[in-house]
Design a protein around this ligand. Structure first.
Ligand code: UDP
Ligand code: MG
Length: 337
């Protein structure tokens, strides 16, 4: 049912099929971010080990516990004791973007797989991702082909978000491409080298470029537990994406400001003329009151948008790390060289 299409996002990642590269034998790091996944983690990691084992005997699993409040920690420790697994516990919940960054930063393979812990990303796709990597693609990303199971609000919101973020930008973020990805070592290194604190990963993957292929998939339902992304959290992720990836919202206000100023000029000229020609009495305080209210609203809104950007700048200049590792239980077969 699912077919790989290298040209799926041709307009976002113009990818002539690359010349097949002589790849070194696969050493795969699988990064699994986990936030309150006690009900999925064990089953998922075992299924992942099975699936990856069919591609290569040489792999490590990296569980990044993103400040879970349930038994994820205990489950992960238990698994670490018996599997080729490295367990990183962040010191609190830093968010999925940070958890993925932590995983990428600690991965040691020559390819890195990013995959959710809740079975939503189909393991059946790994062989195809592997093949595309062998064929020379440096990044293979899953694209949600059918959002049928999601609420209307979420679908409309997502559509609007991608429309906004891709307005007039050189680097386009492919719509519906998520964090289900296979990265070559070079891409992982590039992502690792990006210094920003506001890490909107979907933007960063697009920004680093490299030969990419899209693989449409229909996400499974969540196996157990609950999504960590409420509408509110999705909203703030969207805001992060917009403010860290495009300055369009800032420019909008220059245009709005100019238009309003022009209108005011025309209107002013009209009043003057009216008074001079017809001697009309000065009237219209309701217009004044409404105008003042409207434009103070518009001004506050634009200050708010400025504030969003200043907040991001503030985060960047503080130079705090985007995550802290509280515990690093390393049972990976590999050591840092
Ligand atoms: N996750 C995380 N930190 C968070 C929220 C989520 O590491 O703050 C992980 C979560 O455990 C899962 C993946 O990110 O493996 C996707 O999250 P979720 O399934 O809740 O999101 P959805 O699939 O509903 O978008
Ligand atoms: Mg999920």
């Amino acid at each position: 049912r699912v077919t790989p299409r290298a040209d799926y996002h041709a307009e976002y990642a113009p990818a002539a099929p690359p010349a097949a590269l002589p790849r070194a034998p696969l050493r795969l790091s699988c990064v699994v971010p986990a936030h309150n996944e006690e009900s999925n983690l064990e089953a998922f990691v075992r299924a992942l080990v099975q699936a990856v084992g069919r591609l290569t005997p040489d792999f490590e699993i990296l569980i990044v516990n993103d400040g879970s409040r349930d038994a994820t920690h205990e489950v992960a420790l238990r698994l670490a004791a018996e599997l080729p697994l490295r367990y990183l516990a962040l010191s609190r919940n830093f968010g999925k973007e940070a958890a993925l960054s932590a995983g990428i930063a600690h991965a040691r393979g020559n390819a890195v797989l990013l995959i959710d812990a809740d079975f939503q990303h189909p393991l059946e796709l790994l062989p195809q991702m592997h093949e595309l990597w062998l064929a020379g693609y440096d990044m293979v990303y899953g694209v949600i082909a059918d959002r049928g199971a999601e609420s209307g609000t979420k679908r409309v919101g997502t559509g609007l978000f991608y429309r906004l973020i891709n307005t007039g930008k050189q680097v386009k973020v492919p719509p519906n491409a998520g964090d289900f990805r296979w990265l070559d070592r070079r891409v992982a290194d590039a992502l690792k080298a990006l210094p920003e604190r506001n890490r909107f990963m979907k933007g960063l993957y697009a920004w680093v470029g490299f030969k990419s292929a899209a693989l449409p998939f229909v996400p499974h339902g969540r196996a157990g537990g609950q999504t960590s992304f409420s509408m509110r959290r999705l909203g703030s992720l969207a805001l992060l994406g917009l403010t860290s990836f495009t300055t369009l919202p800032l420019r909008v206000w220059s245009v709005v400001g100019s238009l309003v100023a022009l209108l005011a000029l025309v209107y002013g000229a009209w009043i003057t003329l009216e008074t001079l020609l017809y001697g009309t009495d000065m009237e219209g305080w309701p217009t004044l009151a409404a105008g003042i209210m409207l434009f103070s609203g518009v001004q506050l809104m634009s200050i708010g948008i400025l504030g969003e950007y200043i907040g991001r700048i503030y985060d960047e200049v503080k130079q705090r790390p985007s995550y802290l590792v509280a515990r690093d239980e390393d049972h990976s077969p590999w050591r840092d060289t």
